[in-house]
Design a protein around this ligand. Structure first.
Ligand code: DQA
Length: 144
């Protein structure tokens, strides 16, 4: 089965973002880690990144239509995109929200997630492991 792993704005530039917050794993290394962990769990991860809100919404619509489970780091859209929240709310399969950092331990504007309320659960603060933990959680949800 396929799990869609979506990444929002600026995540493809992890190598030049603040390593004190995001660590020193590049986006291409992160993609490799997710691909390998998904394969070890017997799943295929379809990993995508976009800086464009409408492209992310289009991918969520397609995931709804195909009942595809989604792991999603909406990045800055987490904090204010009601359009992404509404698209995520239509998903039929589980949605796990992930963050590399712990937004609750950062600036106040990051303390609000408009996505969490429509997600099955959220994993944040474990760096790239947030994605790997989310894959493990997703697989156990799907096996139920
Ligand atoms: C992030 C946290 C967001 O606040 C931020 O805008 C990001 C990355 C994270 O993975 O920690 O771009 O989603």
């Amino acid at each position: 089965m396929k799990i869609l792993v979506l990444n929002g704005p600026n995540l493809a530039r992890l190598d030049i973002r603040d390593s004190a917050i995001y660590g020193d794993v590049s986006y291409s290394e992160l993609v490799k880690m997710i691909t390998q962990h998904a394969a070890s769990l017997g799943f295929d991860a379809d990993i995508r990144q976009s800086d464009d809100e409408s492209e992310l919404i289009g991918w969520l619509h397609a995931a709804t239509d195909a009942s595809t489970p989604v792991i999603f780091n909406p990045a800055a859209f987490t904090h204010y995109s009601y359009a992404i929240r509404d698209a995520a709310d239509m998903l039929r399969a589980p949605l796990i929200e992930v963050h590399l950092s712990n937004p609750l331990a950062r600036e106040e504007f990051r303390h609000t997630s408009v996505i969490s309320g429509v997600a099955t659960g959220t994993i944040a603060g474990f760096g790239p492991n947030s994605y790997l933990l989310a894959l493990t959680a997703m697989v156990s949800l799907l096996k139920k």
